[in-house]
Design a protein around this ligand. Sequence first.
Ligand SMILES: Nc1ncnc2c1ncn2[C@@H]1O[C@H](COP(=O)(O)OP(=O)(O)O)[C@@H](O)[C@H]1O
Length: 240
Amino acid sequence: MRTVNFGYILQVVAAEKAEPPLKIMISGAPASGKGTQCELITQKYGLVHISAGDLLRAEIASGSENGKLAKEFMEKGQLVPDDIVVMMVKDRLSQTDSEQNGWLLDGYPRSSSQATALKGFGFQPDLFILLEVPEDILIERVVGRRLDPVTGKIYHLKYSPPETEEIAARLTQRFDDTEDKAKLRLKTHNQNVSDVLSMYDDITIKIKGNRSKEEVFSQIDTALSQMLQQRNTSPSSLSS
Ligand SMILES: Nc1ncnc2c1ncn2[C@@H]1O[C@H](COP(=O)(O)OP(=O)(O)O)[C@@H](O)[C@H]1O
C-alpha cells in the first residue's frame, strides 16, 4: 500500500495558500526621504529594496557604456533614457529574491512611459507611496546629505550626523548632491510626478515627509500592516 506524504501535501497547500508578497513603489523629490524610509521598510517587511538610482550608480561604477551615458544625464539632473533604465529595473524585479520576498521599488517609475513599460511586463504595485516635503527643506537636505560607503547608511551633517569620528572621516557625497544639481533634479521631478501619479491614483498614499524619520515610518508602517491584515481577512483568503 502506498504511504501518503502528508507533510509534502501540507507544504504544497501552504505554498498555494501563501499570500503573494507585497509590491510597493516609493516616490518623491530628491532627498524627500525615499532611501531613509526604504531602510526602515525593508528591515521590518523583508522586501527587496530596488533603487533605480543605485542601479544606475552601479552601472556607472562598472564602467559600462550605459553607465557612461547615464552619468551624462544624471550630471544634468535629467532622467536617464528609458531604454537604459526600464530593462535594468525589469531585470532586477524579475530576479527570484524579488519574486519570492516582494519588492520595494524606489525612484521608479519617474515618467508615464516608464510606468506603462513596467505594466507591460506585468509588474503592478499594491501601493504607491509619495513622500512630500517643502522645496526649501529638500535643498537643505541634499547639500548636507552624506553616504557611508562601507554600510550604505545615509547621514545628514546637521539632522542625522554620523555616530563616530571614524564614520565621519569616510563619508562621501554624491556627485549630484550639489545645490545647483538638486534644483535641476527637483525641476525634473516636478515635471513628471503628476503624470506618474495619474497611473496609480487609486493605490496612492501621500505622506508628509517633513517630520522625523520615525514619524514618517510610523505612518507607512500602519498603511503596510493594514494592507497585510486586509489580505489575510479578505474573502479570497478565507475561501481558499
Ligand atoms: N527611474 C529613473 N529614470 C531615469 N533616471 C533616473 C531614474 N531614477 C534615477 N534616475 C537618475 O538618477 C539620479 C539620482 O536618482 P536617485 O538616486 O533616485 O536620487 P533622488 O531621488 O534623490 O534624485 C536622478 O537625478 C536621475 O538622473
